[in-house]
Design a protein around this ligand. Sequence first.
Ligand code: UN1
Length: 478
Amino acid sequence: MTLTLSHFIDGARIGGAEMSERRNPSDTQEVVARFPIGGAAEIGQAVEAARRAFPAWRALTAEARSDYLDRVGRMLIERSADLGRLLSREEGKLVSEGVAETVRAGRVFRYFAGEALRVHGRTLGSPRPGVDVETYREPLGVVGLITPWNFPIAIPAWKSAPALAFGNTVVLKPSGLSPVLAHELAGLMEEAGLPRGVFNMVYGDAEAGSALVDHPDVAAISFTGSQAVGSHVAVRAATRQARVQLEMGGKNPLVVLDDADLDRAVMLALDGSFFASGQRCTASSRIIVTEGIHDAFAAELARRAGALRVGHALDPQSQMGPQVSEAQLEKSVAYSAGAAAEGAVILCGGQALQLATPGHYMAPTLIADTRPDMRINCEEVFGPVAALMRVRNFDEALEVANATRFGLSAGIVTQSLSHARRFRAGVRAGMVMVNLPTAGVDYNAPFGGVASSSYGQREQGYAAVEFYTQVKTAYVWS
Ligand code: UN1
């Protein structure tokens, strides 16, 4: 069944003249949804609606806003089986991953339902007699959220929940590769009874994105996507002094030391590199292995990766779904071929797969004998492709781990507390994982990276209040 979607502006569903369609990446014969492509006009209407809704929304009690978020969160969790299936149809991750992501989004809403009540100010001692000094946290106004396709519900959730919790109103522009879950989210906001205009959602491409970033009434932009687009967004936002937060790519290292538990190391690499078809900015794309364990680890990982059952995302037998699009698949194949041309050895995969249904399937790909300066180790692929690098010892592993312009997540597998501690202190990354996969973070903890991976304040957890509020300092004398 093909869904017909619409923008959600000022509490109303708005269609459009120009329509686009989204096909199921597991079976491109199936049109999952048709949806309108908005531009500057729709963004303008949505921002205007959000601007009008802001004063009443910010004036509500924190408890009232908390109740709305709690309702949305509960519905996401209650309906996660159906929503997860839809997610899997539009994006291509396994249905189990789609359901888990929907539950996570629900938990994010419920977490921020609690955080809404925990916005604190401070009382300061004034150097002047008779003067009281206090700080308050106030909402920013209208915030623009630009979200990617790889987490069609979790990322819209972890941006819009804190924005709303702290009293802002929202215009969300989701990716055209995952239009369905954004539409479902708008529906849940409506069902939860949010006043009209508080949450708006507009589909669109670069025109709509630029219109949102440049709109003078949008106080802040939170963006997750590519580094190329992100740097453009930052420049445009800075030009008009809008607040901006960017989450971009990664080239995340997973270090495996000689003393690692081999089974666990292989399991962590499989998860980090291939789950969600490698389409996570936290994916382990560079696997750095010390020479004592290298060959045994490489052989076992190649065996397990090669045995992963790639298939339709809705088939419960599948262990890895397709890539999101033809372009993404071609990119993964091209990077793998490029690595081979530079002298690396493909241990498994490297090619697209033709399966029973026409989809964007890629074989899990493990590439050995790569060097830090090869393209495969410098640029983000965003597919089920991992590159192995052999190093002599811990110090070289750390040096290679840091030889990147990105710095999102970094993992180490070791039984040595001392190496784990040195890695945690010395690795240049926003998140460090010891004996855990580089991808798959907790919904209540701050998320973000350093260098070219992230820009601006951290997202999620207790840190989210920093981006979505501003401090007012009040002086009172009487
Ligand atoms: C995760 O690893 O659980 O786009 C989250 C991404 C990240 C989110 C990763 N912003 O892949």
